[in-house]
Design a protein around this ligand. Sequence first.
Ligand code: DGL
Length: 278
Amino acid sequence: MSSSPIGIFDSGIGGLSVLRAIRDLLPGERLVYLGDQGHVPYGPRPMAEVQAFSVAITRFLLEHDAKMVVVACNAASAAALHHLRETFPDVPFVGMEPAVKPAAEQTHSGVVGVLATPATFQGALYASVVERFASGVTVLQDTCPGLVGQIERGDLTGPETRRILEQALVPMLARGADTVVMGCTHYPFVIPLIEEIGGGQLRVIDPAPAVARQVKRVLESRGIRAGGNQKAGVQYYTSGAVESFDILLEKLLNEAGKAQAVAWRDGCVYALSSANSA
Ligand code: DGL
C-alpha cells in the first residue's frame, strides 16, 4: 500500500482526458499532473527533444514523490517511453499506445481512421501496432494540423476546429471508415464534434479507460495501491500560464483548480512558489 501520488504528464491539457479516467476508476489515488504548456505542441518536434522533456518532467514528478508515472501523451510515449524505462528502471511507467487493436476488432467496414500527431505516426510503436493488429484492415491516418492548439485554447466547437476535423474525417468517411481512434490525448475533448461530423456512422475509440485499467493492474501487481476510496486530491502544474490552465480545467473537467507554475531552467523543471505564479 502506498499513499504517494501517481504522476501524470502531457505536453499540455490533453492528458487531462487520461487523468479523468484514472480518477473515475481510482478515486482514492492522489494525483500530480504536469502540463508542459510552455512547449506544446510536442507532435511536430524532433523525437530527441521530446525525449529530453520527458526525462526532465519524470524527474520533477519523482521529486514530488510519484510512485508511478503515466505518460498521458502519445507523442511523448512514442518518443520516450522506452528510454524512460531504461533511465528509471525502478519506476513503473504506463504510456499511450494508439488503440488500433480495438479498432481493428470492432470495425465492420474494415476501414479505420487514426487521428494523431506526426510524432506518434513516426514512432516505432505505431508501426508495430499496425503491423501486429491491423492485418486485413485499411488504416487511414490524419495529423489534424492545428487541432492541439485549438483545444489548448479551449475552442472545442468553433469554425476552425470544425474545419480541421472535417478535413480529416470527410475523406475517411468517404472511404468507408466506421471507426476512428483518438491517437492524441487532446482529441477526446472534441468527441462530440467528431460524432456530429460522423453523422452517427463513426464509432470513436478513446483509449483513456483502458489506460486507467492498466494503471490499476500495475499498482495492484506492485502492491502500491492507496488504501480507501475517499476522493483524494490532485495537484496540477503547468509550464504555461496558470490562469489559462485553471480556466481550461473548469471547462474540460468542470473543476475549480488552482494550478501552480513550473519553469524550465537548464533543461530541468522547477516549481515556482505560489507567490511567483500568482
Ligand atoms: N496530447 C499529446 C498526444 O497525445 C500531444 C499533443 C502535442 O503536443 O502535439 O500526442
